[in-house]
Write a protein that binds this ligand. Structure first.
Ligand code: PLP
Length: 448
């Protein structure tokens, strides 16, 4: 243990007095202690009482290579001893240049240029501000509206959070509402009864076309979409719907921003899923989380050759993209991302592709439980959605959120779950074995 480790009781006491946790309720803000996690190893974490738990959500969809990897810890130590930080304003470091080249090599189409941030929200924020800059420089200062969708999650900074689709993420916070247009969540489970998947896909595409028509393409700057809506409940949209939207964006000079913060770096068996899984080549990809397997806060956006060439050709060669973070291109983050890419490329991606069908198949067996309306997923991400009854498929509402109740039962049985109101999301480390999937699903079954 590190020399800063204190006893579980002491940590709980200090947190209750001094620590503000993310996403707190006003009634308990600043007085709350959550389950204390003391250590991790592979797909497991250990809590303050020494209980071993399967890390079902891989932290926050991020610990892709698993906990306690010597290779990753060592490279962070070595890099910090060599160069712990340099200003990215007027200097650069070698790991960031090498990483940018490696990432560009995996990105689709002409996405060849990487801007590093501190995480996913700052990646999305950077992409949106880039769109504003791009249109200003090209003399299209009216072209700024952003199209997002119900069920989306894109971050916790002002503009990125303004794109979030779930009402409760916005109820008590102000957003840049006038800049954002929300369309229907592409959730096949929640499509109108009697509508086929094909008809639902047509409906989503027409809704998009009508929106462009109504608002005017000259007013719309970007469409932002997760290939799979993650926090929205692992929404696998109808086949071919995203490529069709991509075409409309291209025809109307609307930037397509693919938010791969969750799907990137192996979750769907590929470094990026936009093209290989969904057949679309975006103008910008945002990434974070799995890029370092959660060992260091790092994210970024990849921008196409075309967009940069447009900027260079513009009439404003001295216009500045006045945007950058103190920790953009952090050498320790970039170094650990390189070591993480080595791991993904040399075995973990193959393994993820190999076990994913088994993971989905086993998760699907939970559909025989009466509380479960649907289990859906792709790659190594899945969601169990609980319903009041199978006739109505209405979300199950209890006095306490059902996801949290399932999490409490599973926790006692040795599995951490990501509860989402009436849903549970599972996205284990990509190194999970078939036997460990069996353990995970058996606990989920008992917990539900
Ligand atoms: N985009 C997506 C798709 C996400 O799921 C998240 C976080 O869960 C974010 C952006 C925000 O990332 P971060 O929490 O690293 O700022």
């Amino acid at each position: 243990p590190s020399k800063y480790e204190v006893s579980a009781e002491a940590a709980v006491d200090l947190a209750k007095r001094h620590l503000i946790q993310p996403w707190p309720y006003s009634g308990s803000i600043g007085t709350e202690a959550r389950s204390l996690i003391g250590s991790g190893d592979g797909i497991y974490i250990h809590d303050g009482e020494g209980r071993r738990l399967i890390d079902g959500p891989a932290g926050m969809w991020c610990v892709n290579a698993g906990h306690r990897r010597e290779e990753l810890a060592r490279v962070m130590y070595d890099q910090a001893m060599e160069l712990s930080y340099n200003t990215p304003w007027y200097t650069m470091n070698s790991p960031s240049a090498v990483l940018a080249e490696r990432i560009a090599g995996h990105a689709p189409g002409d996405l060849r240029h990487v801007f590093f941030t501190t995480g996913g929200s700052s990646a999305v924020e950077s992409a949106l501000r880039f769109m504003q800059f791009y249109n200003n420089v090209r003399g299209r200062s009216e072209k700024k509206l952003i199209i997002s969708r119900g069920g989306a999650y894109h971050g916790s900074t002002y503009l990125s959070a303004s794109l979030n689709g779930r009402p409760r993420d916005r109820d008590w916070m102000d957003i840049a509402g006038g800049l954002v247009v929300k369309l229907t969540s592409p959730d096949p489970f929640r499509r109108p009864a009697a509508m086929t998947i094909e008809a639902f896909s047509d409906f989503l595409v027409s809704e998009f076309e009508e929106t462009v028509e109504r608002l005017g393409a000259d007013k719309i700057g970007a469409f932002v979409a997760e290939p799979i809506q993650a926090s929205g409940g692992v929404i696998v949209s109808p086949p071919n719907y995203l490529p069709r939207i991509r075409q409309i964006c291209r025809a109307n000079d609307i930037l397509y921003i693919s938010d791969e913060v969750v799907t990137g770096f192996g979750r769907l068996g590929e470094i990026f899923a936009s093209e290989s899984v969904f057949g679309l080549s975006p103008d910008i990809i945002t990434f974070a989380k799995g890029v370092t397997s959660g060992y260091f806060p790092l994210g970024g956006m990849i921008v196409s050759d075309r967009l940069l060439a447009d900027l260079r050709r513009s009439n404003h060669p001295d216009a500045m993209y006045a945007h950058g973070l103190t920790y953009s291109s952090h050498p320790v983050g970039c170094a650990v991302a390189l070591a993480n890419l080595d791991l993904l490329e040399n075995g973990i991606l193959d393994h993820a592709r190999d076990v994913a069908p088994y993971f989905i198949e086993e998760m699907k067996t939970l559909e025989d439980l009466p509380l479960v309306g649907e289990v859906r997923g792709i790659g190594l991400m899945a969601c169990v959605e609980c319903v009041a009854d199978r006739e109505s498929n209405n979300p199950l509402q209890l006095d306490i959120e059902v996801g949290k109740r399932i999490d409490a039962h599973c926790y006692a049985l040795g599995l951490l779950v990501r509860p989402l109101i009436h849903m549970c999301v599972m996205s284990p480390p990509l190194i999970i074995t078939r036997e460990q999937i069996d353990d995970m699903v058996a606990i989920l079954r008992e917990g539900i």
